[in-house]
Design a protein around this ligand. Structure first.
Ligand SMILES: Cc1ncc(COP(=O)(O)O)c(C=O)c1O
Length: 354
């Protein structure tokens, strides 16, 4: 068992903070002065270190490069008006990380490294948390297989790292999305519920083709009929029909159990908005739109927070929304932002002080 005090800390001699324009922070471009690195060997985690952000030396036969045993998480930290650094629901990401690890035949990462390591790392780099609206410190824990051997079997050695990246909004504008009918992201029995690197590689082509048609992302559908809606890019999705918020259910294991999704469900329930987690078919959505009963569509995710959707295309049906339609999504975003920025009481214990 690793105690927080067992984390070796080496600090940088020169901070890069003054070299960065903190008013212009594209998502995931800049990294803070330090990172956490731990190694798994012989059935245990060893060499847990916080050290200056630096390159890794890797063997070209590294199994994760060839067979993709690689998982990650995305978390955000904020600063409240008293300058206190707070992390949004890190224990939920910690649990989900180990669910992804189990699916990919990778070892559990203990709380002492994942949570305590993250806290110590953020404490050291806390000056990097942007204070601006819609800005935060994005936290990227990840793990990959490090056996240097070309054989398809679970690796026996791994690295776990945490990087920190000060960041602005991921989708700065309302989104345009296309219902995907050709490619499949996930099928029952597969890995859709896990946050493994390959899920993202497999989805790039669909997003690239959508972008050629002037859309930002695809709305994934089931593998068999391409009708049952799943999620969008790096977000879960909500459809507001007849003032009921409907979001695809998690039961088939094909979509990510989003932490923003479950926070939004809680907020909607507090607002007395009925929520349904269930299978939802694209025909139900297009019919509701044609009949004037589809009020709005929005995405939820750590990187994106709440993303308003301005256009959804399915075959030749184009569903369009504007500023006046984004009422529920705007209210949910306002409430969630207020909790994250420390301006509203955190009645659910979502904000974990560093
Ligand atoms: C595929 C996918 N779906 C949904 C989400 C939203 O999950 P969360 O709200 O936990 O960030 C993400 C982002 O993490 C994602 O990558």
């Amino acid at each position: 068992m690793i105690a927080a005090t067992d984390i070796r800390v080496t600090k940088t001699e020169r901070s890069k903070l003054q070299d960065i324009d903190m008013r212009n922070l594209p998502f995931g471009k800049y990294f803070t002065d330090h990172m956490l690195e731990a190694e798994y060997d012989n059935g245990q985690w060893v060499k847990v270190e916080i050290k200056p952000y630096q390159h890794l030396m890797i063997d070209p036969s590294l199994t994760s490069l060839h067979y993709g045993q690689s998982i990650f998480e995305g978390i955000k930290a904020y600063k409240d008006e008293h300058g206190q650094a707070l992390i949004f629901r890190p224990y939920d990401n910690f649990k989900r990380f180990n669910i992804s690890a189990a699916r990919m035949c990778m070892p559990d990462v203990p709380e002492e490294i994942f949570i305590e390591g993250m806290r110590q790392l953020i404490t050291i780099d806390k000056d990097w948390i942007p204070a601006k609206k819609d800005h935060s410190l994005y936290i990227r824990p990840f793990m990959f297989a490090t056996d240097a051997m070309l054989g398809v079997r679970p690796s026996q050695t791994y690295k776990f790292l945490i990087l920190l990246s000060p960041t602005g909004p991921y989708y700065p504008k309302p989104m345009k999305i296309i219902v995907e009918e050709k490619y499949t992201r996930a099928a029952p029995g597969g890995v859709g519920f896990a946050k493994n690197a390959g899920n993202y590689a497999g989805s790039l082509i669909a997003a690239a083709e959508a972008q050629k048609q002037g859309y930002d992302q695809v709305l994934w559908t089931d593998a068999f009929e391409h009708k049952w809606l799943q999620e969008v890019g790096t977000m879960n999705v909500f459809f507001v029909i007849d003032h009921v918020a409907i979001t695809p259910s998690l039961d088939e294991g094909t979509i990510l159990d989003g932490i923003t999704r479950k926070s939004v469900i809680t907020i909607l329930e507090e607002m007395n908005v009925p929520v349904e987690e269930r299978h939802i078919n694209v025909d139900e959505v297009t019919r509701a739109y044609t009949e004037g009963r589809l009020q709005e569509v929005f995405g939820t995710g750590t990187a994106a927070t709440i993303a308003m959707v301005e256009k959804v295309k399915y075959k030749d049906v184009i569903m369009e929304f504007g500023e006046k339609d984004w009422t529920l999504s705007a209210e949910v975003k306002k409430r969630l932002d207020a909790i994250r920025d420390g301006k509203a009481p955190d009645t659910h214990g979502w904000m974990v002080p560093v």
